[in-house]
Design a protein around this ligand. Structure first.
Ligand code: ZN
Length: 203
């Protein structure tokens, strides 16, 4: 018995993959934009700075197993451009993106814009990240109740080059509220986060 325990202890000590391995915290800056629009109510978020800060506490809890932290450098209002209402042949995400001016974007942070109502729950295909405050999703076990945080954390996963996954409880599953990350995703996300840090001009 003692010999068996010693062997198990030795394997755990030798294994480079054991899960308690400490790794350095990577911090990425984020600028949150509360989109405002007098002409297109769908764009006008009802979220407040307080709500955004609470959502980012949850985002950081979700990303903590990866040792990645998203630090809010600012939360500010952003007036949308006065676009004509969306036409049926235009994709919702394209219309929303075209209504968001880029002149208040941060040169040193990931820009995340919050809108009230949108077809997809969120999107990222080059800056900015856009998050809908009323996302539609299916609940899964262990999922978060803060759905704005979940969509934000998921889109930030795309910023870190993570792809969609089929596993229901995974953060990168579409339309679910799961928050788990697997070891490969943690490795890939950390590698990309370090690349982003290297590319961003320092303030
Ligand atoms: Zn996605």
């Amino acid at each position: 018995m003692t010999r068996l325990l010693i062997s198990i202890g030795l394997i755990a000590w030798l294994s480079p993959l054991h899960s308690h391995e400490p790794f350095s915290l990577i911090t990425l800056k984020v600028r949150a934009h509360l989109v405002q629009s007098a002409t297109n109510p769908r764009l006008q978020t009802t979220l407040t700075e307080r709500g955004i800060r609470a959502a980012f506490e949850e985002v950081n809890a979700i990303w903590s197993p990866a040792g990645i932290r998203f630090e809010l450098e600012a939360v500010a209002s952003l007036r949308a451009l006065d676009l004509a209402p969306k036409r049926w042949f235009i994709k919702d995400r394209d219309w929303v993106k075209s209504a968001i001016p880029t002149n208040q974007f941060s040169p040193t942070a990931i820009d995340v814009c919050f809108v009230k109502d949108m077809g997809p729950n969120g999107f990222f295909y080059g800056e900015p990240v856009v998050v809908c405050e009323n996302p539609e999703f299916h609940k899964v076990s262990g999922g978060t109740d803060n759905v704005v945080a979940r969509v934000t954390a998921h889109e930030l996963g795309h910023v870190l080059f993570l792809q969609h996954r089929q596993e229901r409880t995974n953060l990168m599953a579409s339309g679910k509220n799961g928050v788990s990350l697997n070891e490969q995703e943690i490795k890939d996300a950390r590698r990309r986060a370090l690349e982003i840090l290297g590319q961003m001009p320092q303030p």
